[in-house]
Design a protein around this ligand. Structure first.
Ligand SMILES: Nc1nc2c(c(=O)[nH]1)N[C@H]1C(S)=C(S)[C@@H](COP(=O)(O)OP(=O)(O)OC[C@H]3O[C@@H](n4cnc5c(=O)[nH]c(N)nc54)[C@H](O)[C@@H]3O)O[C@H]1N2
Ligand SMILES: Nc1nc2c(c(=O)[nH]1)N[C@H]1C(S)=C(S)[C@@H](COP(=O)(O)OP(=O)(O)OC[C@H]3O[C@@H](n4cnc5c(=O)[nH]c(N)nc54)[C@H](O)[C@@H]3O)O[C@H]1N2
Ligand SMILES: [Mo]
Length: 779
C-alpha cells in the first residue's frame, strides 16, 4: 500500500485521501460537497505528526511504584504491546476482584471517529460491559440539559437528538426566524458522524432569498452571517429566559396568545399565566422586568413579540443556551412561547433547536437506519450524569439528585478512556486535576499525546480512521461512506477493537466481546443491517462489496417534508405526546413532585450562579462565552496548521469589545491574562466591536498547558469555567456561566509546552516495533 486514492470521512466532512509513498499527501473534498470545511487541510500534518503516540507507554512513577501523583509531570517508558496489555489486564482483574465492576469508570465521553464500527467510546463500553460491566456515563456535554428536560415537556428529545421541521417547510412557509444563539456558519462545518454535504449556508441563503426575515439574539454578532441582513439583539449572556418570558407576557397582556391551541394541545398554561402575571410573587414578568435583566430595551421586546404573533414564525435556539447554569429554563421558555404563538405543528412554525449548532439540522432525513455498532447492556447497571465527572472522583459515596432519583457516586479506582479528552471538555480543569489523582490507574487509548494521554498511567497507541476500514455516515446527511484504509498504522498503533479483543481474550470474555466476528465480519454485518433497514423503508442499497468498491452511496430523498408535531396538531387525541398529559406540558406535575428548588415545575427565570447581574460581577465584571472553535473540532487538530494559524500572540484568541479593551489598556495582538477564582490562562487579544460590551469570547479546544505556577499558557478556557450541574433535574454542564477579569500580561511570555510529546524512554530489551510493510497489524 504505497500510493493511491481512498474514500475517507471525518466529522468535518468526506474526502478522498491522496496517498503518496505510504504517506497522506492531501485530502480532496468529496465532489458533491457544496461547502467543504477548510479543516480537511489540517489532516495530513496531524496524521504524520511528531505528536503521534508511537508505542505503548507507561508513566514512570506508576511503573516504578504505582504512584498516582505525577500525572501530567512524569515522563513515560515505552514498553512492548505484550507488557502493556499484561499491565492493563492485571489492573482490570485486580479492580474487578477487589472493588467490583463499578470501581471501573468506563463512561469515556468524547467524539472519537466518524466511522461507526471503530467508534472508540462504543468499543470501550462494549469491552467493559462484556467483561462484567463498569460505571458508565449518561447524557452528553452537547445538549445534556435538553435531553433530560424535553421528555417531561414534549415527551421526547428528538428535536435535539434527531429531526426538526425540514428546511423545505421553513422556506415555503416561514416569514420570520428568531434565532437564539445565532446561526454561526463556523458550527456548520461539523456533523456528528460526518457529512457528505455541508448544507447549512445554502439553506440559509435560500431562506433569505425567499424573503424570510431574521432576528438573531446573541451576545456576539459574529454568529450572524451578513447575507441574512438580520436584526441583531445582544442580550447579557444566560438571560434569554427573561427575554422569552417578557415576550410571553406581552402576548398574554395584549391578548395575542393562541387560546384555542393552549386549551387543546397544552397542559399547565394557567400555572404559567399566573407566573407571568406575577399573581403569587407580585412581580409581573413584563417587558420592563425582562429588560432590566437581559439588557434589551422593553419596547424592542414588545415589538418582537407582536411581530412574532403577526406572522408565521420559527423560534430556534442553539444548543449553547442550555450548556449553562439553569440551562433547562431557556429551552422550556422557548417551547412555552411557541405554544403561546400557537404555530407548533404548522409548516415552518413552532420551535426548533440547533440550526446554529451543527450542519444538517433541518435537512430532510431518510428513513434508513444509520450504521451502528451495539455496545450491549452494562451488567453493573450503574451510570452517572456525564458532566459530574469531578464530583464523582472527588466524593465517592456522596449523594446526588438526577431526574427524580437520588443516587450516590461510586468509588472509582480505575479510569478507562478511549476517544475523548476530558482535559478539553470538562469544566474547572484545575479541580479535575486534583480529583484525577485519586484513582489507582488511568488507561487511555490515543493517537496523539493529548493532555488526557499525558495524564494517563498507561497509554495505548490507537490508529486513526485513515489506518483502518470502516463505515460512516450521519442520519442528518444524504450519504453513507465506506471508509477505506489508506495508510499503514503509524508506529505500533493498533485499532481500538484489536486492543480490546486481546484484553478480552486474556480475561476470558473474547467471545462475548467479538460475538464471533472479526473486523471484516462486523463491517459486513453492520452493512447488512443498513441494507435490511433500507429495504424495509423501500430503498435499494448495493451489497457490501459494491459499496466498498464505490466508496459511498446516496440515500433516496424522503417523499415529503417533515413538520414536527404535525400529526399531534391535527389530532392530539389520536397522536398524543409521550408526556403524562399527552400534551405539551407548560407546567409539569412530575417535576413538581421532584420538589427541586433549582428546577421549578414551569419555565421560570432563575439567576445563574454567575452572570452580569450578579454581585460577584464587581470583582469579575466580564462574562466569558466559550464557543465551538472555527478551525478545529474541539481539541482535535489544535496542534495542526489551521488551528495554529488562528492563534494570537501564540495562544487562543480572546475577543473583547473596544470599550472593555481600552479600559484595560489592551490592544490588538496583546497578551492578556484571563482569570477568576478558579484559575487563570493566557490569551491573545482581538479587539472586536461585534462582541457585546461586558462579554469576552474564547473558543474551546486549546490543549491544556498549565505551567509550574498554575497559569495555563495555551488559552484553555476550561480552567475558568464553572463545574456545577445545570440543576438537580438534568445535571448537565454549566460551561457557559462564567465571570472573569482580563488584564494585560506584562511578564515574559512563557512557551506553550503542550505541543511536544512528554519525555520518553525505552525499556531495555524492548525490540523496536516490527516493520509491517504491508501495513497490516497482526490480527
Ligand atoms: N467550556 C466549554 N467546554 C465545553 C464545551 C463548551 O461549549 N464550552 N462544549 C462541550 C461539548 S458540546 C463537547 S461535545 C465536548 C467535546 O469533548 P471531546 O469529544 O472530549 O473533545 P475532542 O477534542 O473531540 O476529543 C476527542 C478525542 O478522541 C480522540 N480520538 C479520535 N478518534 C479516536 C479513535 O479512533 N480512537 C481513540 N482511542 N481516540 C480517538 C481524539 O484524538 C481526541 O483527543 O466538549 C465540551 N466542553
Ligand atoms: N467548527 C466547529 N463546529 C462545531 C464544533 C466544533 O468543535 N467546531 N462542535 C460541534 C458540537 S460537538 C456541538 S455540541 C455544537 C455546539 O453548538 P452550540 O452549542 O450551539 O455552539 P457554540 O459555538 O458553543 O454556541 C453558539 C453560539 O451561542 C451564543 N451564545 C452563548 N451563550 C449565549 C447566551 O446565553 N445567549 C445567547 N442568546 N447566545 C449565546 C454564542 O455567541 C455562540 O457563538 O457545535 C458543533 N459544531
Ligand atoms: Mo458537543
Amino acid at each position: 500500500m504505497t500510493s493511491g486514492r481512498f474514500q475517507q470521512l471525518a466529522h468535518w466532512g468526506a474526502y478522498t485521501a491522496v496517498v503518496e509513498n505510504g504517506r497522506l499527501a492531501a485530502c480532496e473534498p468529496f465532489a458533491r460537497d457544496p461547502a467543504p470545511s477548510p479543516m480537511l487541510a489540517a489532516i495530513p500534518a496531524m496524521v504524520h505528526s511528531p505528536l503521534r503516540v508511537q508505542r505503548p507507554a507507561v508513566r514512570t512513577g506508576w511503573l516504578a511504584r504505582r504512584a498516582t501523583g505525577g500525572r501530567g509531570a512524569d515522563g513515560y517508558v515505552e514498553v512492548s504491546w505484550d507488557r502493556a496489555l499484561s499491565l492493563v489486564a492485571e489492573e482490570l482483574a485486580r479492580v474487578r476482584a477487589e472493588r467490583g465492576p463499578e470501581a471501573i469508570f468506563g463512561g469515556s465521553y468524547g467524539w472519537s471517529s466518524a466511522g461507526r464500527f471503530h467508534h472508540a467510546r462504543t468499543q470501550v463500553r462494549r469491552f467493559l460491559f462484556s467483561g462484567g460491566g463498569c460505571t458508565d456515563a449518561v447524557g452528553n456535554y452537547s445538549w445534556g440539559a435538553a435531553q433530560f428536560l424535553l421528555p417531561h415537556v414534549i415527551g421526547t428529545h428528538e428535536p435535539v437528538s434527531g429531526r426538526v421541521t425540514d428546511w423545505n417547510s421553513v422556506i415555503g412557509s416561514t416569514r420570520l426566524v428568531i434565532a437564539f444563539g445565532g446561526l454561526a456558519l463556523k458550527n456548520g462545518q461539523v456533523t456528528s458522524g460526518g457529512a457528505g454535504a455541508h448544507t447549512m449556508e445554502a439553506w440559509l441563503r435560500r431562506a433569505r432569498a425567499a424573503g424570510i426575515a431574521f432576528v438573531v439574539i446573541s451576545p456576539d454578532r459574529a454568529d450572524t452571517p451578513a447575507f441574512l441582513e438580520a436584526q441583531w439583539l445582544a442580550p447579557r449572556p444566560n438571560t434569554d429566559t427573561a427575554l422569552l418570558l417578557g415576550m410571553a407576557h406581552t402576548l398574554l397582556a395584549e391578548g395575542l396568545h393562541a387560546r384555542a391551541f393552549l386549551d387543546s394541545h397544552c397542559s399547565g398554561f394557567p400555572t404559567l399565566a399566573r407566573y407571568l402575571a406575577g399573581t403569587d410573587d407580585g412581580r409581573p414578568k413584563d417587558a420592563d422586568w425582562a429588560a432590566a435583566i437581559c439588557g434589551i430595551d422593553a419596547a424592542t421586546i414588545r415589538a418582537l413579540a407582536r411581530q412574532a404573533a403577526a406572522t408565521r414564525t420559527l423560534l430556534t435556539m442553539a444548543w449553547a443556551l442550555q450548556r449553562a447554569h439553569r440551562g433547562e429554563q431557556p429551552y422550556w421558555a422557548l417551547v412555552a412561547l411557541a405554544a403561546m404563538l400557537g404555530q407548533i405543528g404548522l409548516p415552518g412554525g413552532g420551535f426548533a433547536f440547533g440550526h446554529g449548532s451543527m450542519n444538517g439540522v433541518g435537512n430532510p432525513r431518510r428513513d434508513v437506519p444509520s450504521p451502528e455498532f451495539p455496545s450491549g447492556p452494562n451488567p453493573a447497571g450503574r451510570a452517572v450524569p456525564v458532566a459530574r465527572l469531578t464530583d464523582m472522583l472527588e466524593r465517592p459515596g456522596a449523594a446526588f439528585d438526577f431526574n427524580g432519583r437520588r443516587d450516590t457516586y461510586p468509588d472509582i479506582d480505575l479510569v478507562y478512556w478511549a476517544g475523548g479528552n476530558p482535559f478539553h471538555h470538562h469544566q474547572d480543569l484545575n479541580r479535575l486535576v486534583r480529583a484525577w489523582d485519586k484513582p489507582s490507574t488511568i488507561v487511555v487509548h490515543e493517537s496523539w499525546w493529548t493532555p488526557a494521554a499525558r495524564r494517563a498511567d498507561i497509554v495505548l497507541p490507537a490508529t486513526t480512521p485513515l489506518e483502518r476500514d470502516d463505515i460512516g455516515g450521519s442520519s442528518r446527511d444524504a450519504y453513507l461512506f465506506a471508509m477505506q484504509r489508506a495508510i499503514a498504522p503509524v508506529g505500533a498503533a493498533r485499532d481500538d477493537v484489536d486492543i480490546f479483543r486481546e484484553l478480552a481474550a486474556r480475561a476470558g470474555h473474547e467471545d462475548a466481546f467479538t460475538a464471533g466476528r472479526d473486523t471484516p465480519g462486523w463491517l459486513r454485518e453492520l452493512w447488512r443491517r443498513v441494507v435490511e433497514g433500507a429495504g424495509a423503508a423501500g430503498a435499494d442499497l448495493p451489497d457490501y462489496d459494491a459499496f466498498v468498491a464505490r466508496g459511498w452511496v446516496e440515500l433516496p430523498a424522503p417523499a415529503r417534508d417533515h413538520v414536527m408535531f404535525e400529526a399531534f396538531r391535527a389530532d392530539p387525541a389520536a397522536h398524543p405526546l409521550r408526556t403524562p398529559s399527552g400534551r405539551i406540558e407548560l407546567a409539569s406535575a412530575t417535576i413538581a413532585a421532584f420538589g427541586y428548588a433549582d428546577c421549578p415545575p414551569h419555565p421560570a427565570w432563575l439567576a445563574p450562579a454567575e452572570w452580569l447581574g450578579d454581585a460577584a460581577a464587581r470583582a469579575f465584571p466580564l462574562h466569558l462565552v466559550t464557543v465551538q472553535p472555527r478551525d478545529r473540532l474541539h481539541s482535535q487538530m489544535d496542534p495542526g496548521p489551521l488551528s495554529q494559524a488562528g492563534k494570537v500572540a501564540g495562544r487562543e484568541r480572546l475577543r473583547i469589545h473596544p470599550d472593555d479593551a481600552r479600559a484595560r489598556g489592551l490592544a490588538d495582538g496583546a497578551l492578556a491574562r484571563v482569570f477568576n477564582r478558579r484559575g487563570a490562562c493566557l490569551a491573545g487579544v482581538a479587539v472586536d466591536a461585534a462582541v457585546r460590551p461586558g462579554v469576552v469570547v474564547m473558543a474551546t479546544g486549546a490543549w491544556y498547558d498549565p505551567g509550574p505556577d498554575g497559569l495555563e499558557r495555551g488559552g484553555n478556557p476550561n480552567v475558568l469555567s464553572l463545574d456545577v450541574g445545570t440543576s438537580s433535574l438534568t445535571q448537565g454542564p454549566s460551561a457557559l456561566s462564567v465571570l472573569v477579569e482580563v488584564e494585560r500580561w506584562n511578564g515574559a511570555a512563557p512557551a506553550v509546552e503542550a505541543y511536544r510529546p512528554p519525555p520518553l524512554a525505552r525499556e531495555d530489551a524492548v525490540p523496536p516495533p516490527a516493520r509491517q510493510d504491508d501495513g497490516a497489524p497482526p490480527r
